[in-house]
Design a protein around this ligand. Structure first.
Ligand code: G3I
Length: 351
C-alpha cells in the first residue's frame, strides 16, 4: 500500500535511480556469500588460459569464486621449456596477469615431474654433471622468472610409486639425489617461495605415505629447504574416510604447510558409460566435500596454505578431457557453472 503512490508517480530520473538501487540492494542481499570469503584459508582452482580468454562463464566464476590460482598445465616442463635453448612463459604469464589483476595468489605447478617432459629432454645425453646442469638450469630459470609472482612451488611432483619406491624417470636415472637438489636449486632461485613436495593417492597406500614422510625427515635432517606437502586429493565417493583422515593427520604431524592441491571427488569412479548422476551420488559427494573441508579447517592455521580444486566446473575437469571419462562430475560447480548443493553445505560449516 505504502509504495503505491511511488508507483503512481510519473517516472522521474530520481525514482528510476531509487528503484535501481533498491533492486541491486535486494539482489546483493539475497546473494549467498562466497566460500573464499567464508573460510580463513585460500580457496583456489587450477586454471586454463584458453578458457579464461574464451569462455565468459568460466572467467566470471574463476574471478568471483577463487582467491588462489594454479596453472593447470602452463608452468609444466614441456610447455615452458619446449626446446633446449627456448623457454616459453607466455601462457603462464597470462595466468599470472589474470591473478595479479584481481589480487589472487598464484601457486606454481610444477618444476620437476616425470610426465609432460619435452622430447629434447627425454633424448638428452651427457654425463651425470651435464644432466644435473640441464635440470638445474630448468628449475632456476623458471623459478627466477616467476620470483615474486608465485607464493609457492610444487618443486617435485609424484616422485614415488604406490609401493613407496622411487618412481623410475629420467631424473631418477641420471641425477642422483635429484629431489634434494631440486629443492635446493629452487630455494636459491626464489628464497621467498614456499616449496612443496606434491603427490596423489596416499590414502590406502601406507608405503607411499611412509616414503613421503621419510623424504621429509631426510631433507629436514640435511637442512634442505622443504616447506610444504601437497596432497592432491583426487579422490572419489568410495574413498575411505579413515584412510583420508589418517593421511591428513600424518601430513599435519610434519609441521609443514599443507596444501590440498588438486581436489576433486569423482562420482563415477568405475567410468560406467551408462552412469546417470543420481541423488545418492550427489549426496555422497556432498558428504565427502564436507569431510575434506572440516579436516582441512582442523589443521593449525600456521600450516594452512589452502584448498585448490582441479579446475572450475565439471565441464572443465581433467577427468573428462585428459582421462576421457565423459560421465564424471567431480567439482563444486556443474556444467552450467552453477553452484551445486554441496557448495551451500560448505558455507554452513564452522570456519
Ligand atoms: O592443448 C592441447 C591441444 O592443443 C591438443 O590438441 C590436445 C591433443 O592431445 O592436447 C592438449 O593438451 C592436453 C592438455 O592436458 C590440455 O587439455 C595434453 O595433451 C594433456 O596431456 C594434458 O593433460 C594434463 C595432465 O595433467 C598431463 O599433464 C591435464 O590437463 C591436467 O589436468 C593433469 O594434471 C595433473 C597434475 O598436473 C598433476 N597431478 C595429476 C593431475 C591430473 O592428471
Amino acid at each position: 500500500m505504502t509504495i503505491l503512490p511511488i508507483l503512481q508517480k510519473p517516472l522521474t530520473m530520481k525514482t528510476i535511480l531509487f528503484s535501481l538501487f533498491l533492486g541491486i540492494s535486494l539482489v546483493s542481499f539475497g546473494q549467498d556469500p562466497y566460500l573464499k570469503d567464508q573460510y580463513k584459508f585460500p580457496i583456489g582452482a587450477s586454471m586454463n588460459p584458453r578458457l579464461l580468454a574464451e569462455n565468459e562463464a568460466y572467467r566470471k566464476l574463476a574471478s568471483s569464486e577463487f582467491n588462489s590460482v594454479t596453472p593447470e598445465n602452463h608452468m609444466k616442463i614441456m610447455l615452458v621449456h619446449p626446446e633446449a635453448n627456448r623457454f616459453d612463459f607466455s601462457k603462464g604469464d597470462e595466468i599470472v596477469a589474470f591473478a595479479k589483476g584481481q589480487q589472487k595468489r598464484v601457486h606454481g605447478h610444477t618444476l620437476v615431474w616425470h610426465n609432460q617432459v619435452p622430447k629434447w629432454m627425454n633424448e638428452f645425453s651427457g654425463d651425470a654433471q651435464a644432466w644435473e646442469n640441464m635440470l638445474k638450469n630448468h628449475v632456476q630459470t623458471v623459478a627466477k622468472h616467476y620470483k615474486g609472482q608465485v607464493a609457492g612451488w610444487d618443486v617435485v611432483n609424484e616422485a614415488f610409486l604406490d609401493d613407496g619406491s622411487l618412481r623410475p624417470s629420467i631424473w631418477a636415472k641420471y641425477i642422483p639425489d635429484y629431489i634434494a637438489k631440486s629443492f635446493q636449486w629452487a630455494h636459491e632461485a626464489d628464497p621467498e617461495a614456499i616449496l612443496f613436495y606434491n603427490d596423489y593417492g596416499q590414502d590406502g597406500k601406507p608405503k607411499k605415505m611412509q616414503a613421503i614422510l621419510t623424504l621429509v625427515q631426510d631433507l629436514q635432517a640435511r637442512h634442505i629447504p622443504i616447506h610444504g606437502l601437497g596432497l592432491q586429493m583426487h579422490i572419489n565417493i568410495d574413498s575411505k574416510n579413515d584412510e583420508i583422515l589418517s593421511v591428513i593427520n600424518q601430513s599435519k604431524s610434519t609441521g609443514l604447510a599443507i596444501h590440498f592441491s588438486e581436489l576433486d571427488i569423482a562420482v563415477n569412479p568405475k567410468n560406467d558409460s551408462t552412469f546417470v548422476l543420481h541423488e545418492a551420488a550427489k549426496e555422497a559427494q556432498k558428504q565427502k566435500f564436507q569431510l575434506i573441508f572440516k579436516a582441512y579447517a582442523s589443521i593449525p592455521k600456521s600450516q594452512q596454505y589452502g584448498i585448490t580444486f582441479w579446475n572450475v566446473s565439471d565441464k572443465d575437469s581433467w577427468l573428462r578431457g585428459y582421462f576421457k571419462r565423459p560421465k564424471e562430475y567431480p567439482l563444486l560447480f556443474d556444467d552450467s557453472y552453477n553452484r551445486k548443493p554441496a557448495y551451500s553445505q560448505l558455507l554452513k560449516n564452522e570456519k
